[in-house]
Write a protein that binds this ligand. Sequence first.
Ligand code: ADP
Length: 262
Amino acid sequence: GGPSEAEKELQNVLSRIKHKIVVLSGKGGVGKSTVAANIAMSLAQAGKKVGLLDVDVHGPSIPRLLSLKGQQPGMNDNSIEPVPYARNLWVMSTGFLLPTDSDAVIWRGPVKIGVIRQFIQNVAWGDLDYLIVDCPPGTGDEPLTVMQLLSPSAKAVIVTTPHMLAVDDVRRSITFVGLVDAKVLGIVENMSGFVCPDCGKQHEIFNTGGGEKLALETGVPFLGRIPFDPELARAGDEGFDYSKVYPDSETSKAVARIIEPL
Ligand code: ADP
């Protein structure tokens, strides 16, 4: 027999999404979720229709980052309504399903895979220019499932920081993307330099240029650098003030350059 109903449903949803971008990192704490949220916001600000999907089952940070904690997606007969965040931007997160912060999620592989599939196939994403997917770090069940569901059109953005520019780490992510027949769009170097709020000058905290060097070594494009920005650090705890972060900070200019080739 041909493709199953579920497969047809998935392909139908995917056919309405022009670009599928999966944000990956080799390690945690490099700012992957922050970068994913900023890319999504920047694209939405540029007038694109964007879905932001957080599939980090064990530590979903998108609801906190976007001050959407406690939000519940709407449920219809057979689809889930993503949570509207700003003009052109809709969000779905495993965090919306967890009643409290301390709910330890003990879902095993097959359950996680089922939930992630639902988050793509059964969410009423509609017509999108971009679906940005924030995955947990590494190359486990979640990134693998996402890449497989979105293949062959998934493209990856790999986030690293200057001090974590272990070539091996990023290389592992690149190998992973290759194994699932997807393409790496490029590398983003996050927490790269610090723009002093007093003097306005950029200070380098860690070594710089590593991202470009790494890109050269691995043969994937270097998409750009995002500075260490106290506003982003604050947003990590309290959530973004969307109106303040955009449109004219150094960070948003940096992100705007990063989304250009996407
Ligand atoms: P990951 O998803 O890689 O685990 P997060 O996006 O949760 O990382 O970021 C880890 C921490 O670093 C958060 O507290 C976040 O606010 C902070 N952070 C991330 N990027 C920046 C940045 N460019 N400037 C300042 N703080 C940042």
